[in-house]
Each structure stands twice: as C-alpha cells, then as structure tokens.
Design a protein around this ligand. Structure first.
Ligand code: NAD
Ligand code: UDP
Length: 347
C-alpha cells in the first residue's frame, strides 16, 4: 500500500516509517519540520530504504492536494501535531490551530481523493484525572490541558466523520509513554531544549549535559511514592501502527485502541533500570509534584491484543539500553550529524 505519514519525520513517525517500509509498503512523508529535520528522512532511508518526503504543512490543503495528485494514497497515518503539554497551556491557540487544522485539512483532502482510511495518534492523556488505572477504551475521558483537549477534539471529529461517511475507517491509537530508540542508534527522540519528559531527561543526565534529575514528588499513593507510567518501546509502538493498518483494511467505522505494555513502572524504577542496563549513575533529587500529573497511568491492553493481535514485546531494560545507545551516538540529536542532506522536497 501507499501510506502517507503526516508528521512522519517525528519521533514516532520515523520509527513507524521504518516498520512500514520493512513490511513492503511505500511510505510518503509530509512534514513541515517544525519539530524535526530533513536529516531524519535520510536516516529512515539508511535504516529501511527509499521513501518520498515533502516539506509541507499538513494544514495546507493546496499542498496536501499536490501530494495526493503525485501519489495514489491508500491510507493515512496522521502524526502531525504539537505535543508539549506545558507549552499548550501557555499558547493554547497555537495548539488548537495546528492540531485541529492539520487533521481537518488531511480529512478534506482524503475525501476529495476518495481515500477512506486514517490512523490517528491520540494519547493516554485523554483519560484525564478522574479514572483509575488500568485505563480501558470504554472509560470516560476528560483533560487537564489544551494539548489533551486537541486530542479529544480530534477524536470527536473522527467519530463524527465515521458516522457521516459510510466506508470510512478511523483507528484511534491512544499511546501511553513512548520511549527508547531504534536499535541501530540512527533514530531516536530529539527534544528541543531541556526535555520535559522523564526518559530524555535521564538520557541527558547520563551524558552529563544536565546535572541531576528532579523527581516530581515521592508522596503519591504508589509503591515507592513516585509516579507510575506505562513506558512502551517506540519500535513496539511503531509495529502497533502496522497492525492497525491491517485491521483497517477489514473494518469500517471508528475504533479506539490503547497502545501500551499494560505494566506500570515508577520513576525510581525507571532510574534504577537505566542505571542497571547501562552501568551509569543518575543523580537525582526529590522536588515538588508537577501540576496536572496523575499518580498512576497504565493501559488495559487486552483490546489491542485480542482485536489487533498486537502486544508489546520489549522490556524496560531494552527501552533504557536503546535510549542510551541513541544518546551516546547522537549527543546533539540530529544536529551536527554531518552535512544535512536535504532529501525532502518542497512543493
Ligand atoms: P514529534 O514532534 O516528534 O512528531 C510530530 C511531527 O509532526 C514533527 O516532525 C513535526 O515537525 C510535525 N508537524 C507538526 N505540525 C505539523 C503540520 N501542521 N504539518 C506537518 N508536519 C507537522 O512527536 P511524536 O512524539 O512523534 O508524536 C507524534 C504524534 O503522537 C503527535 O500527534 C503526538 O501528539 C502524539 N503522541 C505523542 C506522545 C509522545 O509521548 N511522544 C504520546 C501520545 C501521543
Ligand atoms: N518526571 C519526573 N521528572 C522529570 C520528568 C518527569 O519525575 O524531569 C515524572 C513525572 O512526574 C511522571 C513520570 O516521570 O510521573 C513520567 O513523566 P513524563 O513527562 O515522561 O510523561 P507523562 O507524565 O506526560 O505521562
């Protein structure tokens, strides 16, 4: 199949591109590189083989139309969007505009070209603060920040389109906490500035770029008082998209799946696992809780297991090892990685 990946140069998109190419699909990336770089397209090429890439905004209907004219698209995986929770609180309009307009322009273009299958990147954040883990897809939703609301709103858009259009398929994937990197060390997470998320922060402490980790609270009602999350290796997550696309070939309407491991680890457990897996020390201090954090978030993964036939296989140790391997090989992320090869075409 010819599969369009909006935001395909991003962290999850790049790993998914590799898995799709490995499965024999043609991959077409549309990315405006607002949070990535064309170098990533070369890296995907090195790991997996050829792909097409366009430097374009998924919210730009004219540019999307040109991509659909050039390629006979069979399905879309929509990763494009902004994802920083704290920034979304400070700049809500930026988030609502980009995350909603990129989905809507993509859906309009799909309709114009008769493309009826979309896989959408949602998040465990939509379970909000009032549910108790494990979270299952039937639970109520609610959000504490604009980023989360954009995900819920996009889910609603897809639900309504699926109701209105017979033959349309939307598979909504609620990711838990993607971490780790491709085992080649060529692809990984490259946050801009000081990382907000735990694993990239630990990686930069390990490399000496940051002095010590602040653990946000040790007074939660959890096994050791620190917050619990469902960390999932990004390659397992990427494989979940391959399964979701297979499912979408045989089903119509909208369906939601959690993609996680179903197992929760505390912040301290992650720190210790990273130290053990990599033989490094992670100095830390305990600080106040971070506003908006829930004590425990982990998935009920039975629906994805039974319906998609997908299960995460990699361990926390694999995640820590691959994250550190990527960090060591790319201390400045994708920057300074040799001459930037601008393979991506403008439109
Ligand atoms: P990322 O920032 O690495 O990737 C997103 C990509 O989309 C980037 O390459 C960025 O340049 C691009 N982009 C943004 N707006 C665009 C637009 N209008 N047009 C074209 N390209 C655009 O993020 P990621 O971690 O790979 O996340 C992918 C998706 O998964 C996002 O929608 C994110 O909200 C969602 N998600 C991520 C996580 C996570 O922890 N990483 C968790 C849950 C959900
Ligand atoms: N966390 C932490 N220090 C950090 C970053 C995160 O203690 O510098 C904690 C955070 O409070 C949460 C867990 O690590 O319990 C995972 O946080 P992350 O931001 O990675 O994911 P999210 O909270 O968005 O699920």
């Amino acid at each position: 199949m010819n599969i369009l990946l909006t935001g395909g140069a991003g962290y999850i998109g790049s790993h998914t591109a590799v898995e799709l190419i490995n499965e024999g699909h043609e991959v077409i990336v549309v990315d405006n590189y607002s949070n990535s770089s064309p170098e990533i397209i070369s890296r995907i090429g090195k790991v997996a083989g050829r792909l097409a890439a366009y430097d374009a905004d998924a919210g730009d209907e004219e540019k999307m139309r040109q991509v659909f004219l050039k390629h006979k698209i069979d399905a879309v995986v929509h990763f494009a969007g902004y994802k920083a929770v704290a920034e979304s609180v400070q700049q809500p309009l930026k988030y609502y505009e980009n995350n909603l307009s990129s989905l809507i322009a993509t859906l309009k273009t799909m309709k114009a070209f008769g493309v009826d299958t979309i896989i959408f990147s949602s998040s465990a954040t939509v379970y909000g603060t009032s549910q108790t883990a494990p979270f299952d897809e039937g639970m109520g939703t609610g959000c504490t920040n604009p980023y989360g609301w954009t995900k819920l709103m996009c889910e609603q858009v897809l639900r309504d389109v699926a109701k209105a259009e017979t033959g349309f398929t939307a598979v909504i994937l609620r990711y838990f906490n993607p971490v780790g990197a491709h085992e080649s060390g060529l692809l990984g997470e490259d946050p801009k500035g000081i990382p907000n998320n735990l694993m990239p922060y630990i990686q930069q402490v390990a490399s000496g770029k940051l002095g010590k980790l602040s653990i946000f609270g040790n007074d939660y009602d959890t096994k050791d008082g620190t917050g619990i999350r469902d960390y999932i290796h990004v390659v397992d997550l990427a494989k979940g998209h391959v399964k979701a696309l297979q499912y979408a070939q045989e089903h119509r309407g909208m369906e939601v799946f959690n993609l996680g491991t179903g197992k929760g680890y505390s912040v301290l457990e992650v720190v210790r696992a990273f130290e053990r897996a990599n033989g490094v020390e992670i100095p830390y201090q305990i600080t106040a809780r971070r506003k908006g954090d829930v004590a425990e978030s982990y998935a009920d993964v039975s629906k994805a297991q039974v319906v998609l036939g997908w299960k995460a296989g990699k361990t926390l140790e694999d995640m820590c090892r691959d994250a550190w391997n990527w960090q060591k090989q790319n201390p400045e992320g994708y920057k300074n990685s040799g001459r930037m090869q601008r393979q991506a075409k403008g439109l």
